[in-house]
Structure formats: structure tokens, C-alpha cells
Ligand binder design. Structure first.
Ligand code: ZN
Length: 149
């Protein structure tokens, strides 16, 4: 009886091993396409300063509505100054598939800030307002790329 059972057992073992290998190795090698809870938790300290900067855009809006050109330009060079670095390091932490989208939105956002800066210097209220609205759209799209818990 044992003589017959042994080859069967080893065959079963081979089958099980093959099945485990074929099931586990492709997923291990694959680039993650979803955010794990651990990854989401890791991203929160990166998201915080960016979300705060988005909140502070209300202050910029007040300066724009008041046509306070000096304060508009000071705001763009001051409080928004550190944002470029924060966005760059956050984009690197996102899923591979989201990184080009994030990088592009970051570039767009700062292009709008640069135009606001020049338009404020020229006291061009309509261009400043238009570019502010464009900046908000890109800012929100960027924040939407960072998952929250
Ligand atoms: Zn844009």
C-alpha cells in the first residue's frame, strides 16, 4: 500500500508547488496598480502641506478680489514658494501610472502662478482671475490623485 501511495503523494506535492509558484510569482513581480492601506497612510504627511496650501488659496483670492497687486505677488513668491518641492516629492510617491499625470498637473499649476505673477505686475485683473481659476482646477485635480484614508 505504501509503495503505491508514495509516488502519488510526491505527484500531489509537485502539483501543489507548481500551483503556488504560478500563482504567487507574477503578482510579486507586477507594479502595484492600487493603493494599499499602508501606502495611503504613508502618503498622508505628503498630502497635508499641499492640502493646506490649497486652503490658503482663499487668501490669494481675497487679494485678487481687492486688486491688491503687491500682496498677490508677495503671496506667490512667499507662501507658495515651498509648494513646488512638496509637489515634486509627492508625485514621486504616487503609483507609477499616476506619476506622469501628477507631474503634468504640477507643471500646469506653476505655469498659472507664473502668469498670475506677471499679470499682477501688469495690473491685468481679468488675466489674473482667469489664471487663478485655472490654477484651482489643476490644484484640485492634483489633490484628487493623492488617496485619503
Ligand atoms: Zn492648467
Amino acid at each position: 500500500m505504501m509503495r503505491l501511495l508514495r509516488p502519488i503523494l510526491s505527484l500531489v506535492l509537485v502539483l501543489v508547488t507548481t500551483l503556488l509558484v504560478s500563482c504567487s510569482s507574477p503578482t510579486q513581480a507586477k507594479i502595484p496598480t492600487v493603493y494599499t492601506p499602508e501606502k495611503i497612510a504613508q502618503l498622508q504627511p505628503y498630502r497635508e502641506p499641499i492640502a493646506l496650501a490649497r486652503k490658503n488659496m482663499a487668501t490669494l483670492k481675497e487679494f485678487i478680489d481687492a486688486e491688491n497687486w503687491v500682496n498677490i505677488r508677495t503671496f506667490i513668491h512667499g507662501p507658495l514658494g515651498g509648494l513646488r518641492q512638496e509637489i515634486a516629492s509627492t508625485s514621486n510617491k504616487l503609483l507609477k501610472k499616476d506619476q506622469p499625470v501628477a507631474e503634468n498637473l504640477g507643471k500646469e499649476l506653476f505655469k498659472h502662478f507664473e502668469i498670475i505673477d506677471v499679470a499682477a505686475k501688469d495690473r491685468n485683473a481679468s488675466l489674473v482671475k482667469e489664471q487663478y481659476n485655472e490654477a484651482i482646477k489643476d490644484f484640485d485635480a492634483y489633490l484628487n490623485l493623492i488617496p485619503t484614508a
